[in-house]
Design a protein around this ligand. Structure first.
Ligand SMILES: Cc1cc2nc3c(=O)[nH]c(=O)nc-3n(C[C@H](O)[C@H](O)[C@H](O)COP(=O)(O)OP(=O)(O)OC[C@H]3O[C@@H](n4cnc5c(N)ncnc54)[C@H](O)[C@@H]3O)c2cc1C
Length: 345
């Protein structure tokens, strides 16, 4: 069967796939991936399609949709915490909702993020100071190279900001699916009903507490505003100190001596800055590009939205305009966060 990728992705752009398979069991998932690879066909594994921008020409290979289900509590004790195994095809936000309802802490700030559980290790999904890497204890995968099921531990996954071994394997091969297809994953969560310390000042303010405080889990989940959780089109640039100093100079030259680019020092000596800030200060405000067909979100300058009739070409044209505008203004080249299929910036 062949389906349009526009119908399988939240960006709602993309032409047809040559072939589409929906896998509802782990066996079906492994078999579909194995058979596609054995036939030398391009493979695109799709969960919720919320981090994919697909070409208007479609995908000349097999799309495997992950629709496996299952959330199982493997152990629950006060010392080791709650160990929960989640099938790759589970809807991520349902997993977060269940954890909050059960009083298990560790993923509550990742509320409202669309997509499947199985995709979360790929870019080490994160929001408001939490990342899945903080609570993931195991990821069971089908290794497409070694043709066997393997268990990856956090150290194997080489997690960093919006990055992992899985994403690296995809980029290295030039493909659009990682070498490691996630079958299920195990989280180690903390029982007790209170959130992990609230890491983000804005979130803490919304909750009426000091940063670092713990709050009831349901409050933490409710405080994550939908309007902020827009799909980011670019990752936040991570710069060396020298690169950051050069950025500051460009910012002062363009915006005056009082303007300061956001600076978040990392443990590795590098500095993260804000892609949204750079886009905004380069002259692309909220709603830039309206009425569309593709335009910046009216709520956040990091999200490119399809206003209804956009094609992939419109999305990419806007993304290029932003990337080139920021590069020209500040000398920083933004990198796309979503996986581009048949497209390049
Ligand atoms: C409104 C909105 C808000 C968002 N907010 C955030 C946010 O706050 N933080 C954040 O980090 N992200 C955010 N995202 C991005 C996105 O939701 C996440 O990256 C999510 O994990 C993607 O899941 P998916 O199932 O939709 O992946 P898909 O888009 O289906 O796939 C993305 C990539 O993952 C691969 N993949 C999918 N399933 C598997 C699997 N089982 N095994 C191996 N590879 C797989 C695909 O092959 C593809 O390369 C947001 C997106 C939107 C639209």
């Amino acid at each position: 069967m062949s389906e349009r990728l526009a119908d399988l992705t939240t960006m709602r752009v993309g032409g047809p796939a040559r072939h589409t398979v929906t896998a509802t069991t782990e066996e079906e998932l492994v078999e579909a991936v194995r058979a596609t690879d054995a036939a030398g066909e391009p493979l695109l594994v799709v969960g919720g399609g919320s981090n994919l921008v697909v070409s208007d020409d479609g995908f000349s290979g097999t799309v495997v949709r992950v629709a496996t289900r299952g959330v199982r509590v493997e152990s629950d004790d006060a010392c080791a915490g709650v160990v929960v195994r989640v099938a790759a095809g589970e809807v991520w936000d349902d997993v977060v909702a269940r954890a909050v309802a059960e009083g298990w802490a560790g993923i509550e700030a990742l509320s409202g993020i669309p997509g499947s559980a199985g995709a979360t290790p790929v870019q080490n999904v994160g929001a408001y100071g939490q990342e899945v890497s903080q609570t993931l204890s195991q990821v069971r995968v089908w290794d497409r190279t070694e043709q066997r099921v393997r268990t990856l531990f956090p150290a194997d996954c080489r997690f960093s900001y919006r990055h992992s071994l899985l994403k690296e394997s995809m980029q290295r091969s030039g493909g659009v699916t990682p070498r490691y297809v996630v079958l299920d994953m195990t989280f180690q969560l903390r029982p007790g009903g209170l959130s992990e310390p609230v890491a983000y000042a804005d979130l803490a303010r919304g909750l009426g507490v000091e940063p670092g405080a713990r709050v009831p889990l349901a409050d933490a989940r409710a405080a994550v505003p939908d309007t902020w959780s827009c799909g980011s089109f670019f990752t936040n640039p991570v710069l060396t100190e020298e690169e950051f100093a050069a950025l500051r100079e460009r910012v002062h030259a363009r915006l005056g001596p009082d303007a300061e680019p956001p600076r978040f020092p990392g443990a590795d000596g590098r500095v993260k800055t804000s892609a949204a800030w750079l886009i905004d200060r380069a002259g692309f405000g909220k709603g830039h590009g309206l009425p569309g067909p593709a335009a910046l979100s009216t709520k956040h300058t990091l999200a490119i939205t399809n206003r209804g009739s956009a094609r992939a070409a419109d999305v990419i044209a806007l993304a290029r305009e932003l990337r080139d505008g920021v590069a020209e203004a500040f000398g920083v080249v933004l990198v796309n966060e979503p996986v581009l299929v048949g497209l390049a910036l």
